[in-house]
Design a protein around this ligand. Structure first.
Ligand SMILES: [Zn+2]
Length: 270
């Protein structure tokens, strides 16, 4: 039963759950139902990151330095709460062009993604987008709105940690339990929101926002007839590129301001 449709969220927020759940507004102004706490999500993020680390070998030091350099520039532009977080950033040796950011302060990039992202600004596009999902609480929102009914609100509100039975169930819901399924099949709305946030972040950090369009074109080319997982969970390329182009004048202004303010990242790509 799926009665937690987006349209119903506002109504739910104002009535049924007003005293119980966190109803909030996303960075782009959407009404959101968020039933899980930051602590719960942070624990899940930590566990999922740990699983990823156990399954994949780390890439070499120059690649680690390169991605950390770009990640640092992005993190410096985050809102205070997330900026102060101690972000763990790691590059994994894996051909699939994948990347993710997780609640709790974790970023991972597969070495295959570093071939698709041809320069630091394109990598900033990837990281900005992934961090955008985290800033906008998309994992929390998805679990809360789509699955609250099936799981039962009591389970959601009583889940104390990822090791409990209900915690395992939540991990599954978030797509963090199985294989490398750390990335969620985010909705189109979540995708454009992450694009918007990512574009702003990269421009504020001093990366050329026009490279975002090039990155998505590279992703499409890399995909061929069977798109890589990262792309297949990120649908609608045409819409995505027109969305980025719509935000470009503002992003270019932010980029110019960042450059004049001395934010000129220079991360050397191995
Ligand atoms: Zn995404």
């Amino acid at each position: 039963m799926r009665w937690f449709r987006p349209l119903a969220v506002t109504a739910l927020c104002t009535t049924l759950l007003a005293g119980l759940a966190a109803c909030t507004t996303s960075p782009t102004g959407r009404s959101q139902l968020l039933l899980m706490s930051n602590e719960q999500l942070g624990e899940m993020g930590a566990k999922a990151f740990d699983q990823y680390q156990q399954k994949l070998p780390a890439a070499d030091a120059p690649n680690q330095r390169y991605v950390q350099c770009v990640a640092q520039a992005i993190v410096a532009e985050l809102p205070a709460e997330q900026r102060r977080q101690n972000w763990e950033v790691e590059v994994f040796q894996a051909d699939e062009p994948n990347a993710f950011a997780l609640p709790g302060g974790y970023m991972g990039v597969n070495s295959g993604m570093l071939k698709v992202a041809e320069n630091q600004a394109q990598l900033a596009t990837v990281l900005g987008h992934e961090v955008g999902h985290v800033l906008a609480n998309h994992a929390n929102e998805r679990a809360s709105t789509e699955n609250a009914t099936e799981l039962g609100l009591s389970v959601l509100s009583s889940a104390s940690g990822v090791d409990s039975a209900s915690g395992e169930q939540l991990m599954g819901l978030l797509g963090m339990g199985a294989q490398y399924g750390i990335l969620l099949p985010f909705s189109r709305r979540h995708e454009s929101e992450a694009d918007t946030i990512g574009l702003e972040l990269m421009a504020n950090a001093g990366f050329d926002p026009r490279e975002s369009v090039a990155l998505w074109q590279n992703m499409q080319r890399a995909g061929g007839s069977a798109p890589p997982e990262w792309m297949s969970t990120h649908p609608s390329q045409g819409q995505r590129i027109s969305g980025l182009e719509a935000g470009m004048p503002q992003a270019l202004d932010a980029y110019e301001n960042a450059r004049s303010a001395g934010r000129t990242p220079n991360c050397s790509r191995p």
